[in-house]
Design a binder for this molecule. Structure first.
Ligand code: FEO
Length: 398
């Protein structure tokens, strides 16, 4: 693939990683692959913004060389040091050792730790401008969106925001722009990215978006470091982020369970039937066989979380317990929850789930349902009725 001119004199020189299937260790399943976006600005000072994973260094260099000799790069903007964006930097710096780097104080510290050098990176702060010729780049620190070093770069002359990970998606395509791609897949991946990487940081993201909107800058294009570039309607993704940071939900429930011998699964299916008949959208997941990245994605706009587990060693089964660790950091607002499960003798799963809901600030909407060994018809009816009652609470008809 050749470089792609995203604006006159500004080129995408990144890489498409079609095959990657897990990201951040094993925490994020990337079934549609990803891209590492890097942008080359041709001006009096040849400027590279963002980088690629080490294994794609050759592709990045090849694309740069189609436009300009790599040795001609004057400036490199390090918006974020995570290895998917900085991994190729050591090799690149061997080819253009005189290039001057710009980034935050945390970038400087992090690069030194990661590569044994910061290449003399010049620390910049929010509001500082770098003139590169006809254009000026303005830096906006964005700590914890999603690493301490994170930064956005804005070019007023091009009405272009380069926010690195923010507004990105793990989505490998031959298209580079939102107007040329499947909108459903694009928004699905953008939501999944937010749910799995940024959701716990929603408060900081809301404040950062507010800060940027108050700067009254014109944004005609948002070019993130992963996935598709937003140019058809950049406010679409900004407004989606605003909605997600506000924890806006719809009449939807997610039922997530882990079962030992099938009893808790029988309960989960009856609760799901009740929710469905109650008129709300429902997603049902056996957490041991589900893609956690997709489960998180489905939870993002759900008003109700229902968790079930058989009791094992006086607590929850381990896969659900591990999954619920996620809720601890999340503390999602405006959700209701419920718990259910089976046990042989001393039940312990339900109190453990209730404790997680309490710590996460999720209101327990109904008394939990616990059954011994195998649910009988009356108990299955109670599970169905729990679903119907939850649907009423979700829709505000209770
Ligand atoms: Fe795409 Fe935080 O790295």
């Amino acid at each position: 693939m050749r470089p792609v001119e995203i604006k006159k004199g500004i080129y995408w020189v990144g890489a498409v990683d079609w095959d990657i299937r897990t990201f951040h260790g094993n925490t994020y399943s990337t079934k549609r692959g990803t891209t590492y976006n890097s942008y080359l600005i041709i001006d009096d000072k040849v400027t590279l913004v963002d980088g690629v994973l080490a294994s794609f260094a050759g592709e990045q260099i090849e694309r740069i060389r189609e436009i300009v000799p790599v040795e001609k790069i004057d400036y490199i903007i390090v918006n974020h040091i995570e290895p998917d964006h900085s991994g190729a930097l050591p090799g690149l710096m061997k080819l253009c050792p005189k290039a001057k780097l710009f980034g935050t104080a945390k970038s400087k510290e992090g690069l030194s730790r990661m590569y044994g050098t910061d290449w003399g990176l010049q620390v910049v702060k929010t509001g500082e401008k770098l003139n590169i010729g006809k254009r000026n780049l303005t830096f906006i620190e964005a700590p914890m969106i999603h690493w301490p070093d994170s930064m956005f770069t804005y070019c007023a002359e091009e009405e272009l925001l380069l926010p690195n990970d923010a507004f990105g998606q793990h989505y490998a395509t031959s298209e580079r722009f939102d107007d040329g791609t499947d909108q459903c897949a694009l928004m699905d991946e953008a939501g999944k990215y937010y749910a799995n990487i940024l959701w716990p940081l929603g408060g900081m993201i809301a404040r950062k978006i507010d800060e940027i909107l108050k700067m009254n800058i014109s944004i005609k294009m948002i070019a993130p470091s992963h996935g598709i570039i937003w140019r058809r309607d950049p406010m679409k993704i900004i407004n989606s982020y605003i909605s997600w940071t506000k924890n806006e939900t719809k009449p939807k429930a997610v039922v997530i369970f882990e079962t030992m011998w099938g009893s808790t699964e029988m309960m989960a299916r009856k609760i799901t039937e009740g929710l469905t008949d109650g008129g709300v959208e429902v997603k049902l997941f056996d957490i041991t066989r589900s893609d956690r990245t997709e489960v998180n994605n489905q939870m993002l706009d759900a008003r109700c979380f229902v968790f079930g587990s058989s009791t094992h060693d006086n607590g929850m089964l381990s896969t659900l317990a591990g999954f619920l660790e996620f809720l601890n950091g999340l503390k999602p607002k405006g959700r209701i929850g419920a718990a259910f499960g089976s046990c042989g003798w001393a039940g312990g799963a339900i109190p453990a789930i209730e404790q997680v809901l309490k710590e996460a600030g999720i209101e327990l909407a109904l008394p939990s349902i616990s059954v011994k060994y195998v649910p009988d018809q009356d108990e299955l009816k109670k599970c169905y009725e729990m679903g119907v009652e939850l649907a009423k609470k979700i829709t505000g008809k209770a």
